[in-house]
Ligand binder design. Structure first.
Ligand code: ADP
Ligand code: MG
Length: 695
């Protein structure tokens, strides 16, 4: 293995390569665009494109692609070669125009009714703030995606806009506080990614895993996660080899892969990078998920990113660690040694508290998906109720501000291990709370309700925009104050008092919290259809439209796409289930029953004295269950057909949730129970032991 510093970023057209390969003036102009958001000139783009192409060709590239993030939930790419005819030969060429603009046919990407298929034209536009990179002999150029008429059709554009909005509003407030040297702020994100790794051979035999990414049938294995022996456990050789390979591939792409460990469920693992700006963190997380799957193939494994691949053990999530820092290097969410005197920190904290309270619904909406519905509120992930955890110290400080009392900070206590050879160290000021959906963790917030497969652009553009809006309101309150200190303090107190209901430092998994949250008037939106029914509330439209993140029509398109995707996913699951039931499970049970019957008859033929009660009991039990199973399969098909016929997306989503999903649960119960009574030789699918303990 090459040394890591040499390997790191070797496939990225990053700062070092640009400095080496671009003329000084071009490099400077590009830097200005990247760092200050200044528009880019075509002459600059021409020079950059040529240097990029030379660099990529040296690395073996023949093609380039604009890489974008449409509303499908996965990234998209269309490859073009660099060839240009020259006499009877070709040369390798790449122009500034090709770098800046691409024209993929947009008609087959979801647009939520914004455009008809005959209006096919769409554009991709180079995003110079996220570096180009090389993968599979192709130069990848991160881009934004919009329609011919300018409607936003992707996830990156709103994110970039929200970062600019938050920056502008935060800078105005910082200037009021005297920080006039700050000219930009950036949001930073470090997403922790959970995943399952299973054996490819077992996977290939499961129609549900192949088509839906999760098991639709499967009786519990005798062992699950009850011994708690997998979490942080020693990593198996085959998994360790995969992780090593994965790290290397990610490092080549300039991704700061840092932490890896086993997670709670058997076969479940986590990877966390070091944080970067939201935009790059988003691109890198999308890439990470793709590379995870690719590298798994090489190792005869499959990486499952579904939120709930297996019933009865934990599903997978993603923790979105989020903060704001200035171009002068200050983390605005760092409380410092004396948060009680740090009014700048308390002001930004207040803005976030207000944002989370006023836009609880949006935070819930942004993590809603068919997959994540299995986790939220299932005592393995944060509940569907959005609240914030501040920890004991900060919680006490907030209480003292609201009550107007003095605050005495707890000195960071020394941790004494009581063993001389072990060094003593300072404890963190607060313990961890793993149950809160939105937890303050020292100098950042950790939004924990995300599903493992989610594109983090969405939660982040919502978060950025809602905080931008609160800062805008703060600016209006403060801008004409004579005594700024006093005005800021009063605003902090008023804001925290008005929004304290969103702060909860207890156990979010408890039933008491559900009741308490209801008393406090907090939302408890249990499933996607319930959550999405708030998407188009006036306050949400106003938020996005007033900050120019998207138009009302674009927002509605997103809402329709989310509902459609949800319905389509459950529809596919229901059809897959019925298919498995009819083509494999029911016939397998019949064959096994015949084997039992043949055995009983053969025994009888030998002698009347041989008992056959084992066979007869098994035949009776399985036959009764099978009859029920067949009837429930028909019911599921009926419910699915009815839901599919509904035209209103919101109503349709409710039908999929309340009728189809419910029918799937019923069918599964009987199917799983038959699995426990059927000989493994006859059961058509690898079981949970093979899947969860097969690597
Ligand atoms: P945990 O306590 O959840 O295990 P860590 O302290 O290891 O978390 O950090 C988790 C993630 O938070 C990492 O990806 C880390 O880079 C990220 N992180 C740390 N500081 C910041 C920050 N200022 N902004 C955004 N993310 C951050
Ligand atoms: Mg975490």
């Amino acid at each position: 293995m090459t040394k890591v510093p040499e390997l790191f970023g070797s496939m990225v057209f990053g700062d070092k390569v640009m400095q080496e390969r671009l003329p000084k003036a071009t490099y400077k102009a590009l830097k200005k665009t990247v760092e200050n958001g200044e528009p880019l000139d075509i002459s600059v783009a021409n020079v950059v494109a040529n240097a990029m192409k030379d660099w990529a060709v040296e690395l073996g590239c023949t093609h380039f692609t604009h890489w974008f993030q449409p509303m499908t939930g996965v990234t998209a790419e269309k490859h073009d070669s660099f060839i240009q005819p020259c006499g009877d030969s070709v040369i390798m060429e790449f122009s500034g125009k090709e770098l800046i603009k691409g024209e993929p046919d947009a008609s087959s990407f979801p647009s939520g009714g914004i455009r008809a298929t005959f209006e096919a034209r769409g554009y991709t536009t180079w995003d110079p703030t996220s570096p180009a990179f090389v993968r599979d002999s192709t130069l990848y150029i991160p881009t934004a995606f919009c329609s011919y008429t300018g409607e936003v059709l992707d996830k990156k554009t709103p994110l970039l806009r929200s970062m600019e909005r938050l920056s502008a509003e935060a800078v105005r407030v910082l200037h009021l506080l005297g920080k006039t040297d700050v000219t930009r702020v950036a949001t930073t994100v470090g997403p922790e990614q959970e995943y399952f790794l299973i054996d490819r051979e077992a996977y290939e035999q499961r129609e549900d895993l192949k088509l839906c990414g999760r098991t639709l049938f499967g009786a519990k294995a005798p062992k699950g996660q009850e011994l708690e022996d997998h979490y942080f456990g020693s990593i198996k050789t085959r998994v360790a080899a995969y992780m090593r390979d994965l790290d290397e591939e990610l490092w080549k792409l300039g991704i700061l892969a840092k932490t890896k460990h086993n997670e709670v469920a058997p076969s479940q693992h986590e990877l966390a990078p070091i944080f970067s700006t939201s935009n790059i963190a988003t691109d890198h997380n999308e890439l990470t998920m793709e590379v995870m799957q690719k590298v798994a193939e090489k190792h005869g494994l499959v990486c499952l990113l579904h939120e709930k691949p297996f019933k009865g053990v934990n599903g997978s999530g993603k923790h979105n660690n989020w903060s704001i820092s200035t171009n002068t290097g200050e983390n605005l969410l760092s409380p410092g040694k004396h948060p009680e005197d740090n009014i700048q920190f308390l002001l930004f904290l207040s803005a976030i508290v207000k944002a989370v309270d006023e836009y609880q619904d949006l935070l819930r909406i942004t993590v809603a998906s068919a997959g994540n519905d299995h986790r939220l509120g299932a005592n393995e992930a944060p509940p569907a109720i959005i609240s914030m955890y501040l920890g004991d110290d900060l919680g006490a400080l907030v209480d003292s501000i609201i009550e107007g009392k003095d605050y005495h900070s707890h000195k960071a206590a020394k941790m004494e291990t009581g063993v001389d050879v072990l060094p003593d160290f300072r404890k963190d000021s607060s313990d961890r709370n793993r149950t809160s959906p939105f937890a303050f963790t020292g100098n950042k917030f950790e939004f924990r309700a995300l599903g493992s497969s989610l594109n983090i652009a969405c939660p982040n553009y919502m978060l950025n925009t809602m905080v931008a809006e609160e800062l805008r309101q703060f600016y209006e309150v403060l801008k004409d104050a004579d005594d700024m200190q006093a005005a800021v303090k009063a605003l902090i107190k008023d804001t925290l008092t008005a929004h304290k209901r969103i702060i909860f430092n207890g156990d979010n998994y408890s039933d008491e919290w559900v009741a308490e949250a209801e008393r406090r008037g907090l939302l408890n939106l249990k499933s996607l259809p319930e959550a999405l029914s708030h998407f188009m509330d006036k306050k949400n439209i106003d938020l996005f439209v007033s900050h120019n993140i998207c138009s009302e029509q674009e927002l509605r398109a997103r809402y329709e796409i989310d509902l459609e995707t949800y319905c389509k996913q459950i529809n596919i699951e229901a059809l897959t289930m019925a298919d498995m039931a009819k083509k494999n499970i029911t016939p397998a049970v019949s064959l096994y029953v015949r084997e039992l019957a043949d055995t009983a008859l053969a025994k009888k033929a030998l002698s009347d004295d041989i008992p056959v009660s084992v066979e007869l009991d098994a035949i009776k039990s399985l036959s009764a269950k099978q009859e029920k199973f067949v009837a429930l399969t028909a019911q599921l098909e009926e419910a699915t057909a009815q839901a599919a016929a509904i035209t209103d997306n919101q109503e349709k989503a409710f039908a999929y949730r309340n009728k189809v999903f419910a029918a799937m649960e019923e069918l599964r119960e009987v199917g799983d129970s038959m699995e426990t009574e059927t000989s493994a030789d006859y059961w058509p699918y690898p079981d949970y032991t093979d899947l969860l303990f097969g690597v």
